[in-house]
Design a protein around this ligand. Structure first.
Ligand SMILES: NC(=O)c1ccc[n+]([C@@H]2O[C@H](COP(=O)([O-])OP(=O)(O)OC[C@H]3O[C@@H](n4cnc5c(N)ncnc54)[C@H](O)[C@@H]3O)[C@@H](O)[C@H]2O)c1
Ligand SMILES: O=C(O)CC[C@@H](O)C(=O)O
Length: 389
């Protein structure tokens, strides 16, 4: 029986994926965490924890290095909420270009009997512009950015994309009409609107700061629906004060951007649709089950891809450092236990490697001893023994 601990509101449709071999339990000794935005940086990770699945894209709330040292696989659910974010950003583009928030709040205030006459006089204050023909710079063309870029093209916008790390798979999803910029400043230099869709990491904190905002035309509108800190809010406030930015829309509130008419803050609702929450929770639950039951890994954050059909009776999985002589040490211990290896596979990603070894014959006593022996090899983070169902 596997114990699953959940954090945040997880869609029931996702929890319903778990078979009777799984118990939802707020235990300290969980085998898996299914999470959304909970900050795990402040928490110890129990040794029992084999996998963390983040229903959503961002994993900046997960201590990845600590998880790896603990032998805990970390997954997200790429693309599960990308359409939700795209629709919100497109809505905000329309809201911005047509001054919709100010116009609606005017109408809410003026409800007197002669309102229609007054309206005809005042409505010129809310004249807008059209998106067609305007230029949108999209920084980061992954799951969200590619959808935003394509949708903006369909609205008649000119779209300039910047993504120096674009994967070949992601590139297939982007219309050829999206113009590629070689640098961030080149991407934004003619933009009426700039939207940022990059992960938060050491390289992207303050990605949009004073220099990048200064490279935009005066009066640009900026959107941050990625993460707090990717746009430097102090720089954004300065630029708003000077008219360099016309308006700033973000999903992440902070005191320094509060109570300004030229800042619109939504409460981290980019992925908050029923559809996205179901997608994310379902994908996360299935990922947890696949990993716990087969050890196979596809698109983990901290482990290499490794998928081996589980045909043998037993499987050892070993997470270890990516250093010389590991596979030979592991196989020597298995040979010393007089076991015949049916299948073996190994892969590495940066400093971490993962080995799967399938065997057909194993008795309980020698299996427990072998787990101890393999775990004792220096640089091994975790050994698991799985039984074929
Ligand atoms: N507001 C929300 O609720 C919400 C919902 C979903 C995603 N997000 C956030 O949106 C961001 C994008 O999500 P995604 O699903 O598209 O991620 P993704 O991984 O699919 O795409 C990110 C893209 O950014 C690119 N990139 C990385 N560093 C870059 C840099 N320095 N300059 C330009 N491009 C760079 C990558 O190559 C990748 O193509 C993430 O920060 C995620 O956490 C927020
Ligand atoms: O609503 C959520 O769980 C946050 C979603 C979003 O920030 C993500 O990274 O996917």
């Amino acid at each position: 029986m596997y114990q699953i601990k959940t954090y945040n509101a997880i869609a029931q449709a996702g929890l319903d994926q778990f078979t009777p071999a799984y118990t939802l339990n707020q235990t300290d000794d969980a085998d898996a965490y299914l999470i959304r935005s909970v900050n795990l940086h402040d928490q110890p990770l129990p040794k029992s924890l084999k996998v963390i699945a983040r229903a959503g894209a961002g994993v900046n709330n997960v201590p990845i290095e600590r998880a790896t040292v603990n032998g805990t696989a970390v997954f997200n659910t790429p693309g599960s909420n990308a359409n939700a974010v795209k629709e919100l950003v497109i809505a905000l583009l329309v809201i911005s270009s047509r001054n919709l928030l100010a116009a609606a709040s005017y109408s809410a205030k003026h409800t007197e009997a002669d309102v229609s006459q007054r309206t005809e006089h005042d409505k010129t204050k809310f004249n807008g512009t059209e998106l067609a023909g305007k230029t949108l710079a999209v920084i980061g063309l992954g799951h969200v950015g590619s959808l935003v870029a394509n949708a903006a093209l369909n609205l008649g916008m000119t779209v300039i994309g910047y993504d120096p790390y674009l994967s070949a798979d992601a590139a297939w999803n982007i219309s050829k009409q999206v113009q590629r910029a070689a640098t961030l400043t080149a991407a934004v230099k003619n933009a009426d609107y700039v939207t940022v869709h990059v992960p938060k990491n050491d390289d992207t904190v303050d990605l949009i700061g004073s220099a990048e905002i200064a490279a935009m035309p005066a009066g640009t509108t900026l959107f941050n629906y990625s993460r707090i800190g990717i746009v430097n809010n102090a720089a954004a406030v300065d630029a708003l004060n000077q008219g360099q930015l016309r308006h700033y829309y973000t999903d992440f509130g902070e005191p320094q951007i509060a109570n300004r008419e030229d800042v619109t803050v939504t409460p981290h609702i980019g992925g908050s649709t029923i559809e996205a929450e179901v997608n994310g929770a379902t994908q996360a639950a299935r990922t947890i089950m696949t990993y716990l039951e087969t050890g196979n890994v596809k698109a983990a954050i901290n482990l290499p891809d490794l998928t081996v059909p589980f045909n043998a009776a037993y499987r050892f999985t070993v997470i270890h450092d990516n250093v010389p002589n590991m596979v030979s040490q592991i196989t020597q211990k298995i040979a010393a236990a007089n076991l015949n290896i049916a299948t073996m596979a190994n892969a590495a990603k940066q400093g971490t490697a993962y080995t799967i070894i399938d065997v057909d014959d194993l008795d309980h006593q020698s299996s427990q001893q072998l787990i101890k022996t393999l775990t004792a090899i220096p640089a091994v983070a975790r050994v698991r023994l799985l039984t074929h169902k």
